[in-house]
Design a protein around this ligand. Structure first.
Ligand SMILES: Cc1ncc(COP(=O)(O)O)c(C=O)c1O
Length: 453
């Protein structure tokens, strides 16, 4: 008889047991191989079981695995902070370690708030964010998240935070390459600040390239620069949530580098520890950290912050990204993958949009590629295609596109070590999965009167 498990997650769904992983592949205990087409949850950026990272971790294991920050400094934490600061925009030299993305966002919100308090601006507490967006599952990060299924049960426990629409030009039939489009969406931030009262607005938090909630949404031309300008104009701090987009996946270490803009605070996690250890960081401007520390200290922290084993692994990850020139590979391989994803329309005419940067890529299925009308929600395309692909040994990652209620997008984000031949393998598996998927929904499309152009 099958043993009852004591573990539980979000649902009752349970997966095969993982045996081992190497490069872009994982194997279950029955020997089935899976191509990690989403790097887990866009985490394992440098692939699995990198020997250099494992060696660095072994070396640290032999020295110490824990040194509490109130009792000791560690060389590992110091070295990773120094390396991180060299990758960050000028003036962002202060690094606060955490163990994950939600903690990085919480830390950013709290540093922003404490900065306002110590600089005589205690009336500022509202954090404007976008809808849809995802900033984490802890209550502070969730309050700024725009994804209804995840926030609704907890609404009454959180202070409502103002939201503006994410700049989804492809849904509004606007040209994303036109600066006027960027200005159009950025003007919504200014309007919201004025509506709320600028003196009450603490910060604006934004994913420079969107993650799971928007499906790799790239901001329209001029947007990133315009929001920086507006934040400066109204004394609002700008927080970049680079938990998913940071770490090199878009072709630059921080996605915002593509637009040459620097925020006041950055949250980073997933690709920073690359799945080797739970790790993240909040990186902040000198003036914020100085003001808060001079006024008595940052009233915030986590037991595992700066854990030496995590930091040793993180440093080795960053060194491997540089040694293998993996950001260039993410750009080049990502361009090939994006181009080939577009060719899949021949087997799946429901593909309405292919978007992203580098190896942070997604495609979206729609009922009508002209109006971008979503497929009927009850069809659960986002779930079904993922399961079909999983059955074929390809892992991709999906979410509902329109705030979690409807819409179906799929993130195709393999590790940054993926080769051109492996892109062909991904496309071959995806093509076969899309064919199976189209066959499986054929009668439902007819029932809903959905015609494929
Ligand atoms: C943009 C963004 N911010 C924050 C988080 C939360 O990170 P974690 O799940 O590590 O707490 C995520 C996770 O998907 C994310 O994509």
């Amino acid at each position: 008889m099958k043993k009852e498990s004591h573990l539980f997650y979000q649902t009752r769904q349970r997966r095969p047991v993982l045996d081992h992983a190497s490069g872009i592949y994982l194997w279950d205990i029955d020997g089935k191989r899976y191509l990690d087409g989403s790097s887990g949850a866009m985490v394992c950026n440098i692939g699995h079981s990198n020997p250099v990272v494992l060696d660095a971790m072994r070396r640290q294991l032999d020295r110490s695995t824990f040194g509490y920050r109130l009792h000791f400094e560690t060389e590992a934490a110091e070295a990773l902070a120094e390396k991180t600061a060299t990758l960050a925009p000028d003036g962002m030299e202060h690094v606060f370690f955490v163990s994950g993305g939600s903690e990085a966002v919480e830390s950013a919100l709290k540093l922003a708030r404490q900065y306002a308090v110590v600089t005589g601006d205690a009336g500022r507490w509202k954090v404007i964010s976008r809808f849809p967006s995802y900033h984490g599952s802890t209550l502070g990060a969730l309050a700024v998240t725009g994804y209804t299924p995840m926030t609704a049960p907890f609404d009454s426990m959180m202070r409502p935070m103002p939201k503006i629409p994410a700049p989804r030009a492809y849904l509004d039939d606007l040209d994303p390459t036109d600066i006027a489009t960027g200005e159009h969406y950025a003007a919504m931030l200014e309007q919201k600040i004025l509506e709320e009262g600028a003196e009450t607005v603490l910060a604006f938090i934004v994913e420079p390239v969107g993650g799971a909630s928007t499906g790799a949404l790239v901001p329209p031309a001029g947007y990133m620069q315009a929001i920086r300008r507006i934040c400066d104009q109204y004394g609002v701090l700008l927080i970049h949530d680079e938990v998913m987009s940071g770490g090199g996946r878009t072709g630059r270490f921080f996605a915002a580098e593509h637009w040459d803009v620097a925020p006041d605070i950055i949250a980073i996690s997933k690709g920073f520890g690359a799945g080797y250890v739970p790790l993240g960081a909040m990186i902040a401007q000198e003036r914020l950290v100085k003001a808060v520390l001079d006024a008595g200290g940052f009233v915030h922290g986590y037991t595992y912050a700066g854990n030496p084993l995590a930091c040793a692994a993180g440093l080795a990850v960053l060194q491997e990204i540089e040694r293998g020139d993996l950001m260039s590979n993410a750009s080049n391989t990502g361009a090939k993958l994006a181009e080939t994803l577009n060719t899949l329309r021949d087997v799946c005419p429901l593909i309405g949009d292919v978007r992203g940067m580098g190896l942070l890529l997604a495609f979206e299925l729609v009922a009508d590629t002209k109006t971008m009308k979503p497929l009927p929600a009850a069809m659960k395309a986002f779930d079904r295609l993922v399961e079909i692909a999983y059955g074929r040994g390809l892992i991709i990652y999906s979410r509902r596109t329109r705030g979690g209620r409807e819409g179906d997008h799929f993130l195709v984000c393999p590790p940054m070590i993926t080769t051109a031949e492996q892109v062909d393998e991904i496309i071959m598996l995806l093509r076969a999965s899309l064919k199976d998927f189209m066959n499986s929904i054929d009668s439902e499309l007819k029932d809903h009167g959905i015609k494929m152009s």
